[in-house]
Design a protein around this ligand. Structure first.
Ligand code: MTE
Ligand code: MO
Length: 197
C-alpha cells in the first residue's frame, strides 16, 4: 500500500496558532451518531460530471487504497498528532467519473443531510482520503464509519463523517458548518476559523 506523509507533519512546529495538543480523540458532530450497515451504504458522485455514478460498499472498498500519516486540527482548539489512516484516495474519483471542466468546487455529503464545501485544489491533494481505518482499526460509528473523509491540511470540520457522496460544482457554496459561520476554506495555519471566504 502506498504510504503518504502529510506535509504538515514535517513542520518543525506541528501545532498551529491557537491550538493545544490532546492525546484523546474527542467525538464532535451535529445531531446523532449514524449507524450505517455496509449492505445499505452507497456512495453517489453527482453534479458536474459526464455521467453520475453510484458505488456500493463492496465496489468502493475494492478500489486501490493508500495509507496517510497526518495530524488533526479541530477549530475548537484541540489538535491530535500522529494519526494513521487507510482508505481510498480522493484522486481515485478522477478514474471513476469524468469531471466537467467548469467544476471548481465539491460539496461532500454525509448521512442526515450534512455537507461541507471544498475547492477541488484542496480536495485532490495527495493526503486527502475516504478513510476506512484509523490506527489499524475500522472507523467506529462515533467517528463517522464506515467511511469518512479526511482532509489533513484543513480544520477537521471539513472531514465529513458518514460520507454518502459528492457533488461537483462550478461555484462555491457553504456547507453545514459554513452556513453556521465557519470559514469557507479553513486553513488552520492562518486561523481561517470563522467568517470569510
Ligand atoms: N457528518 C458530519 N461530519 C462531521 C461533522 C458533523 O457534524 N457531521 N462535524 C465535523 C466537525 S466540526 C469535526 S471537529 C469532526 C470531528 O470528528 P471526530 O468526531 O471523529 O473527532 O467531524 C466533522 N465532520
Ligand atoms: Mo469541529
Amino acid at each position: 500500500m502506498k504510504r503518504i506523509i502529510s506535509s504538515d507533519t514535517l513542520r518543525t512546529n506541528r501545532v498551529p496558532p491557537g491550538q493545544h495538543l490532546t492525546d484523546k480523540w474527542p467525538v464532535l458532530h451535529h445531531g446523532k451518531v449514524h449507524t450505517i450497515q455496509t449492505e445499505n451504504w452507497t456512495f453517489k458522485i453527482k453534479g458536474l460530471v459526464e455521467k453520475e455514478r453510484s458505488l456500493d460498499f463492496e465496489e468502493f472498498t475494492a478500489l486501490p487504497q493508500i495509507e496517510v500519516f497526518s495530524d488533526i486540527h479541530c477549530v475548537t482548539t484541540w489538535s491530535r498528532l500522529n494519526n494513521t489512516w487507510e482508505g481510498v484516495s480522493s484522486t481515485v474519483i478522477k478514474d471513476l467519473v469524468t469531471i466537467k471542466k467548469e467544476a471548481k468546487y465539491v460539496m461532500v455529503e454525509g448521512a442526515g443531510g450534512f455537507t461541507t464545501n471544498l475547492p477541488l485544489d484542496d480536495f485532490f491533494q495527495e493526503d486527502v482520503l475516504f478513510a476506512l481505518k484509523h490506527d489499524g482499526q475500522a472507523i467506529t460509528a462515533e467517528h463517522g464509519g464506515p467511511v469518512r473523509l479526511v482532509v489533513p491540511r484543513l480544520y477537521f470540520w471539513k472531514s465529513a463523517k458518514w460520507v454518502t457522496g459528492l457533488k461537483f460544482m462550478a461555484e462555491n457554496a457553504p456547507g453545514f458548518w459554513e452556513q453556521g459561520g465557519y470559514h469557507m476554506h479553513g486553513d488552520p495555519w492562518i486561523e481561517e476559523r470563522y467568517g470569510g471566504r
